[in-house]
Design a protein around this ligand. Sequence first.
Ligand SMILES: [Zn+2]
Length: 311
Amino acid sequence: MSAISLPPESYLNAFFFFLFGLAFGSFLNVCIYRLPRGMSLMPSSACPNCGSGIKPYDNVPVFGWLFLRGRCRNCKRPISPRYVVVELLTGVLFVVSFLTFGLSAEAIKYCVFSFLIVGLIFTDADLKLLPDAMTLPGMGLGLLFSLFITISGAAWVGNHAAGFLDALPFELRWRAASFLAAVLGAAFGSFTIWGIGELYKLVRGVEGMGFGDVKLMAMVGAFLGVKLTLLTLLLGSMLGSIAGMFALLSVLAKRLKRYRASSKGRRKAWTSAQLVLRRYEMPFGVFLGSMALFSSYFGERIMNWYLGFYQ
Ligand SMILES: [Zn+2]
């Protein structure tokens, strides 16, 4: 990204993308709080503590929070800085979409994708939930976008389903190929994560992956196609393993300190750490979601660089 060489109007566009991101991030905060709790998105924002409505002038993204010094105007209870983080993150991702894909329908598609993924990352981190109210419409949107923007894998489908596609009117061929590639991506993502979940259950003896993760990966597949979904799964599993290792080591370190260094104590610490880890629930949605975002903006470059070694 060579931001230095941007023409002046691009800075203005980037700024507008940022403002839109902040506004959508503000709405996303409402979704993150209400959707997993089965609450309606209407009426507008209210303080989660005292329930008093938030005044429109206090509801301005980021500035409202800063102006109130992170406290509710009515009950003075602190409002989590997470609200600001979600707004800024959405704003930044909207700008990244613009810088990566220009002023295009594709940029809009990735804004929508970022919006959904940030929402899911935070509901998973918060409540270990990936609400159907986000993943299912998300999958639908991914499939819908594929009719207007060719996704990766469409060319492959075009080659392998030529007989079927040739029967269609010319204008519909690329759309059908792209749509099939999105369906293939959704199927690949959901079946693979389901398989990984079964494997995880076999190895650890506990349920690690929920059906929410399966629907999340169906959505990711519909937006990104097979190739980038595979990258998401690889990076997500890697991140999950690293996080699991850190969790084990940190518990082990604490237990070792408690039981001192006798060999009997060490064995006890190890058993205890394993027990704690068994109960530790991995936020897989957080890992998969963040790696899906990473893949959508940097995936193509990474894949090309990696595949370059084999040419
Ligand atoms: Zn309040």
